[in-house]
Ligand binder design. Structure first.
Ligand code: SAH
Ligand code: MG
Length: 230
């Protein structure tokens, strides 16, 4: 009996994703992640989850799903789950009149940025719906109710003083012993970008809780060597 669907559509949609294909999709997705940093993030997610059962990756700041795919491709390959946290209304710098605004992402019904439909399409079209979970809400609220130890936490949410520190103080304590914290947009030279991500990276290093474990462009990785001191 015919389902009425065009022949081949289902097979194409549910073909298992392949890593190279997922990385190509990540490159083609709108967002703020250069490919070399995305590939480093992807490798870090492999390292953080390999050989662990039920490994947990958390992303703070997804936008349209670019970093979600770099991370999600590794989560898929390693049998891990990626929780992608975003309220999907954009950061301060994404609002009208700011540098990183995209008017095509404004919901005409509300006048607000809404990247959730695009993010969902990115994840579904990549075939990652079973291992990527969207958590839609304020990052500090989610962090405050979170209880699962995290193997890799990637912080790339709001970059202003208040949201960046709230992400760090809210999420860093959830990183498991031996787990990784990755921070994006760390710019030691103020001429290259805003200060808060760099400042919280400095604070993390100074705390003695973390060992530096790699730098690629503005992406920095830290590995937990001591239980949270605060
Ligand atoms: N990682 C993305 C870019 C993220 S941009 C990429 O690879 O392209 C920053 C994102 O953080 C935005 O989508 C914004 O909605 C989200 N964000 C900012 N502040 C937030 C908060 N307090 N809670 C949840 N999400 C937040
Ligand atoms: Mg970023």
């Amino acid at each position: 009996m015919s389902s009425g669907r065009p022949a081949g559509t289902m097979a194409a949609r549910f073909a298992p994703p392949c890593c190279a294909g997922l990385l190509d999709r990540a490159r083609a997705t709108a967002g703020f992640m250069p490919d070399d940093e995305g590939l480093a993030l992807h490798e870090l997610a492999h390292r953080a989850t390999r050989g662990r059962s039920s490994a947990t990756v958390v992303e703070i700041g997804a936008w349209c799903g670019k970093s979600t795919l770099y991370l999600g491709a590794a989560a898929y390959a390693e049998g891990a789950v990626l929780f992608s946290v975003d309220h999907h209304h954009g950061s301060e710098e994404n609002q009208a009149g700011w540098e990183h605004h995209d008017a095509t992402l404004v919901d005409p019904a509300t006048g607000r940025i809404d990247t959730l439909p695009t993010w969902r399409r990115t994840v579904d079209d990549a075939g990652l719906g079973h291992c990527v979970v969207g958590v839609v809400g304020e990052s500090p609220v989610v962090a405050g109710h979170w209880t699962t130890p995290v193997d890799l936490c990637f912080i790339d949410g709001g970059h202003g003083e208040e949201p960046a520190w709230a992400d760090f103080t809210g999420w860093a304590p959830h990183v498991a012993p031996g787990g990784w914290l990755a921070i994006h947009d760390v710019f030691p030279d103020p001429a290259d970008g805003g200060r808060p991500p760099y400042e919280l990276w400095c604070a993390a290093v100074a705390s003695g809780d973390w060992a530096e474990d790699g730098a690629w462009g503005s992406l920095r990785a830290l590995r937990r060597i001591r239980t949270a001191s605060s």
